[in-house]
Design a protein around this ligand. Structure first.
Ligand code: NAI
Ligand code: MG
Length: 497
């Protein structure tokens, strides 16, 4: 391979741009061409140790712990400004590395600035309490203090956004951070560090170590100086990380996979519901944790609805993710591409009927890229693997239901509980479904809406903790209770006060 033409990146540790200790590199591919475009430092446990030591030192000494919360907030808002300024550049890097549509990523990187503004604003609004003390001559108050070094482990589907969800509140709370991006999409985190540097964060406050899960992610989670692990990714890896974090009694927050039901009642506005179902499964080529990968349709409208859906999905334009006209781009990486095709085979073997797609896309506009045809299966039983396991691709399972009870039973009958969609014009039904579906997010007559203002996370195996919104900053803080005595005399020391 001619590596001279590839963009060569360095890691960011303790405010320095460095190679891996071993000097090794691995390459990152462009899923649209199927070819490598960048060289990424191949980090190991030694690099993890440098980064965590730097983050730990930055947490305990130097400029960062002495900054007022207001000044920390100002740094975050400055970072938000730089994100706004550079959002197009960041989006281009994301598209080159993970193949998502520029149309989506450019909007996403621009919107991402809001997390830095919001948590920048929140930094100096975290207030303790004065507790009315039941003891004479005693003053008792609480302080909310940072945890220390946060390990942020990021997946490849929306790398910078999912990083922002962790980085912005972690820093606002006064922690320091070591980021481990996905081995498939490391470039954008490294580009982002240029903005962190420019914003003026002291060295060691934010660090990035690149490399593979077992070589970098695992030693990062195990490092004794890491206080908390914030993770987004698969439930299998989440479970491994939870076990490793338990050995060190570390905190975790986890946003894992989903198998979200998108439920269409016969009283729904059907044209809108079709668009909502499409956005739930074919946007982002289905590579999103919130994918509405199970379509539950009320039996009376099943055939007519599927017909409309297939017609709409069939017209989706595939091709170059940089083109603003493209609607379905490639799959981010080769193992994922193969995994999706494997699940399509499993669904066929289990007796599901592909009424659209069901294979690799070989359209000329897809070139040598890793494209899968938008795929719709009917005749799916909720017990089939295609309805139970996260595919993370453009593959929709259609399951008929009879009534509300049936929809709730099928909707909840998975190990996951990240999100759910409901399409109905009946208000009572909307509220009832929103209450009874076991999911961290329920959308009614919309799908795939997220905001920095609103808590996001999973029920059941979809996760632990929440991201975004005011409350969740507590997940990056710990509470200290301070007792101050104004008594002139210490009473009997052998008795608890
Ligand atoms: P993954 O969950 O294995 O990887 C996510 C991150 O964890 C990456 O940065 C990876 O390097 C790191 N990691 C892997 N093993 C680790 C370990 N032992 N300790 C610490 N960190 C570790 O996801 P992967 O392999 O990229 O994709 C596999 C499947 O995960 C996909 O097919 C999809 O179903 C699911 N997924 C779900 C996402 C979500 O947003 N919920 C995002 C990405 C993938
Ligand atoms: Mg890549």
């Amino acid at each position: 391979m001619d590596t001279a033409a590839l963009t060569k990146y360095r890691m960011y540790i303790n405010g320095q741009w460095v190679e891996a200790t071993t000097g090794g590199y691995f390459h990152s591919d462009n899923p649209y061409t199927g070819k490598p475009w960048a060289m990424i430092p191949l980090g190991t446990a030694a690099d993890v140790d440098h980064a965590v030591q730097a983050a730990s030192a930055a947490f305990t000494s130097g400029e960062w712990p002495r900054l007022t919360a207001t000044k920390r907030g100002a740094l975050l808002r400055r970072l938000g400004d730089l994100v706004t300024e550079k959002s197009k550049m960041l989006a281009e890097i994301e598209v080159r590395d993970n193949g998502k549509l520029y149309a989506e990523m450019s909007a996403q990187t621009a919107y991402m600035a809001q997390w830095y503004y919001y948590y920048g604003g929140l930094a100096d609004k975290i207030e303790g309490q004065v507790i009315p003390s039941d003891k004479a001559d005693t003053f008792n108050y609480t302080r909310h203090e940072p945890l220390g070094v946060i390990a942020a482990i990021i997946p490849w589907n929306s790398p910078l956004l999912l990083m922002a969800w962790k980085l912005a509140p972690a820093l606002a709370a006064g922690n320091t951070v070591v980021i481990k991006p996905s081995e498939y999409t490391s470039a954008s985190a490294l580009e982002f560090m240029k903005l962190v540097e420019q914003a003026g964060f002291p060295p060691g406050v934010v660090n990035v170590v690149t490399g593979f899960g077992p070589d970098v992610g695992a030693p990062l989670v195990e490092h004794p100086l890491v206080a908390k692990v914030a993770f987004t990714g698969s439930d299998a890896t989440g479970q491994k990380i939870y076990e490793a974090a338990a050995r060190g009694l570390k905190r975790v927050s986890m946003e894992l996979g989903g198998k979200s039901p998108n439920i269409v009642f016969d009283d729904a506005h059907l044209e809108n519901a079709v668009k909502g179902v499409i956005s739930g499964i074919f946007a982002a080529t289905g590579q999103t944790c919130i994918a509405g990968s199970r379509l539950l349709v009320q039996r009376g409208i099943h055939d007519a609805f599927v017909e409309k859906l297939v017609a709409f999905a069939r017209s989706a334009r595939m091709g170059d993710p940089m083109s603003m006209d493209t609607q379905v781009g490639p799959v981010t990486n080769l193992p994922q591409f193969e995994k999706i095709l494997k699940y399509i085979d499993i669904a066929k073997e289990d007796g599901a009927r592909p009424v659209l797609g069901g294979a690799r896309a070989t359209r000329p506009e897809c070139g040598a890229g890793w494209f899968v045809e938008p795929t719709i299966f009917t005749g799916v039983k909720n017990s089939m693997r295609i309805a139970q396991e996260e595919v993370f691709g453009p593959v929709l399972s259609v399951i008929p239901f009879e009534d509300e009870e049936d929809a709730i039973a099928i909707g909840n009958d998975v190990v996951f509980g990240l999100a759910a969609g409901v399409w109905t014009q009946n208000m009572r039904r909307a509220f009832t479904m929103a209450e009874r579906l076991q999911a961290g997010t329920v959308w009614v007559n919309t799908y795939r809406a997220v905001s920095y203002l609103s808590p996001f996370g999973g029920y059941k195996r979809s996760g632990i903790g929440r991201e975004s919104g005011q409350e969740m900053i507590k997940e990056y803080l710990q509470t200290k209770s301070v007792w101050i005595s104004t008594a002139t005399e210490v009473p009997n020391p052998f008795i608890m006060r």
